[in-house]
Ligand binder design. Structure first.
Ligand SMILES: Nc1ncnc2c1ncn2[C@@H]1O[C@H](COP(=O)(O)OP(=O)(O)OP(=O)(O)O)[C@@H](O)[C@H]1O
Length: 618
């Protein structure tokens, strides 16, 4: 788009304008119709006033000036006054409708975009260029829609004016109409070129600007505030920020320089062409090609026509520039649409009896290494299956695939014998309570953080009680001043911050409140104190028989009661069996278990030594 020749741009402009008008029509039909209708009426009024003025001038130049002539012109002058007043009223009305339309169009574009981004597959967010496109669309694409509408309307009224002036000139003499076109070429070229220069530069700066905002956020965000100070990051980050900001300013100054040069050339050429046009008019007058009356009217009309044409060219280039940004928003919308998983047959999954994983393969987008390399696994109704393994072995990735968040590149995932691809993914997810390793605390009240329901929706009493009790979140809510109604985000008035363990209890309660038939608990106790940890593991095991549980943990003492333990290593199943079987096999699990058990045994031995030492002293 940024390298397209000017004529191609002009060809594309109607499509851009049609696109935004379609959005405007969807946003509010009445305001769109009023904006277009009233602006057209104002343009028509301008055109009529111009014709009337040229006619008055023509009459004055043709006859000897006297009171009779002025009286003759009076009706035209009255008509002129009426038309100008009408134009004023139409312009005011159009401005009002247009001002109303702007925010409504932005709203439609934003809602369109967010309704798509929230449905895009999770893989989309692993592509950095998608983020770039998204931030371009959000930063400018959507807000420029207002400008695109305003400039498109200017183009419309400019065209009406020009049509009127061109017709007047063509009636006076066809050559005069051609001279009019000549005047505008240099200005048009310069304006078009200048806006393309700026757009190209700004587009090229997208990534670095994203980095700049990111560093800005790190310098000013409360989440990074403590680390920033602990590790004396301030001066380094500030240096980086200043370096990027300097680069951005340099680039923008460079573009301003190039734009000025282009405009200067355009201005000089316009001067030359204007002299040429008026010279030609003078020559035509002297050669008797046109009479004085026509020359006088033509002089006025060319003057008006030139400024109208300049306005039209400006409107065209501005509409084009705004159109480029809006095009970005359309592009990212189209791209996001393509990132929404194709709707399969979309069968609703039934209650889980058997979940089967066969030869599951998955690599994160842009990564060569596979995170999962042919996993086989069975989960039967009511079982607790533990997944253990070293860091990076693929446990969370497996949880995300089973949780229908990512789509595998190979192998099969089946819910009661039906491939996930044939199931409605939202239906699958709604039957799963996912307690994620990286849970987020939403900027909602504690209650909404657990129920994840719409604002004001009442929680289900028995599920609520159970989720709070099993997760230990009941204690957290008990300690909050407003209980379940406390806002859990300090960025809001009265907001509260929770400790790491308290946050984890809330996240666990969220997963349990869902009351899914499959509970995936990914490291649910990493931040918990020993008492809370014990409570959560007991809760997880208490689900045995009523829900299927996939428990991911490094706390191996808590998996001894699991129906099966699956050990992962480098994205593969290394071994699986019950605790007893795996200990007897003396493989990876037995080794990891012994390592952890030894630590406690050593601790107890030291404790014993201390006690013995104390007794000896006594
Ligand atoms: N979004 C991502 N993009 C690219 N690679 C990723 C992404 N998430 C995880 N990985 C990589 O995939 C592999 C498996 O990661 P995963 O999070 O599944 O491990 P894990 O077994 O859960 O580890 P841990 O015990 O540390 O939680 C790792 O090599 C990791 O670096």
């Amino acid at each position: 788009m940024s390298r397209t020749a000017a004529w191609k741009v002009l060809m594309r402009l109607p499509r851009m304008v049609a696109g935004i008008l379609a959005v405007a029509w969807r946003a509010n039909r009445r305001d769109t119709a009023l904006t277009l209708g009233l602006h057209t009426a104002a343009g028509a009024a301008t055109a009529v006033s111009l014709v009337v003025i040229v006619e008055v001038l023509d009459r004055l130049f043709t006859s000897d000036l006297g009171s009779a002539t002025v009286a003759d012109a009076a009706p035209s002058l009255v008509l002129l006054a009426a038309v100008v007043s009408l134009r004023g009223a139409a312009t005011t009305g159009a401005g009002w409708a247009q001002a109303r339309l702007g925010p409504q169009v932005e709203r439609v574009l934003e809602v369109d975009l967010f309704s798509l981004t929230s449905r895009a597959s999770l893989e989309a967010f692993d592509h950095s260029d998608y983020y770039d496109a998204l931030s371009r669309a959000r930063d400018r694409g959507i807000s420029e829609s207002n400008n695109l509408i305003a400039h498109s309307v200017d183009v419309l009224t400019g065209l009406i004016n020009l049509l009127a002036i061109g017709s007047v000139l063509a009636v006076l003499h066809p050559v005069l109409a051609m001279l009019l076109v000549l005047v505008v070429l240099p200005t048009g070229w310069a304006a078009m070129r200048a806006s393309r220069l700026r757009y190209n530069r700004i587009r090229a700066l997208t990534t670095i600007r994203r980095l700049q905002y990111l560093i800005g956020d790190l310098l000013a965000d409360r989440y990074s505030a403590a680390d920033l100070r602990s590790y004396n990051m301030r001066s380094g980050l500030l240096r980086e920020y200043t370096g990027i900001a300097d680069h951005v300013v340099d680039q923008l100054l460079a573009v301003a320089r190039s734009q000025t040069a282009v405009r200067a050339v355009g201005g000089a050429l316009t001067g030359v062409v204007t002299a040429l046009v008026y010279g030609t008019l003078a020559v035509m007058l002297m050669a008797g090609v046109v009479p004085l009356a026509v020359a006088g009217a033509a002089y006025y009309a060319i003057g008006r026509g030139t400024s109208s044409l300049e306005q039209l060219t400006n409107a065209l280039t501005r509409a084009y520039e705004a159109g480029l940004y809006v095009q970005d928003a359309h592009e990212v919308t189209a791209r996001t649409r393509a990132l929404i998983p194709a709707p399969g047959p979309g069968q609703a999954p039934g209650p889980l009896e058997h979940l089967s994983v066969r030869g599951l393969r998955f690599a994160y987008p842009g990564q060569e290494d596979t995170a999962l390399d042919g996993i086989d696994l069975d989960l039967f109704r009511g079982e607790v299956v533990a997944i253990v393994g070293e860091n990076g072995s693929g446990k969370s990735t497996l949880a995300k695939l089973v949780g229908a968040l990512y789509t595998p590149q190979g192998g099969r995932l089946e819910w009661n014998g039906t491939d996930y691809a044939d199931l409605d993914p939202e239906g699958v997810r709604s039957r799963i309570g996912l307690i994620a390793q990286e849970y987020i605390q939403w900027p909602f009240t504690a209650e909404r953080n657990i129920t994840m329901q719409g604002p004001g929706e009442e929680p289900d009493g028995s599920r609520w009680e159970r989720a709070l009790r099993l997760s230990g979140a009941d204690q957290v809510l008990g300690d909050l001043p407003d209980g379940a109604g406390s806002m859990l985000d300090k960025r809001f008035v009265g907001g509260r911050d929770l400790s790491g363990g308290q946050k984890q209890r809330i996240a666990t309660a969220r997963g349990l409140y869902r009351d899914g038939e499959l509970v995936i608990a990914d490291e649910p106790t990493a931040a918990l104190d020993p008492r809370a940890e014990k409570r959560v593991f007991e809760a997880v095991h208490s689900l045995k028989g009523r829900a299927t549980v996939l428990l991911i943990t490094h706390r191996l003492d808590s998996v001894t009661l699991a129906d099966r333990i699956v050990v992962l290593g480098h994205g593969r199943v290394v071994e699986s069996g019950t605790h007893r079987e795996l200990m007897a096999a003396r493989g990876r699990y037995a080794e990891l278990f012994a390592l952890q058990a030894d630590r406690y045994r050593d601790g107890l031995a030291t404790e014993g030594a201390v006690e013995t030492g104390a007794a000896a002293e006594e």
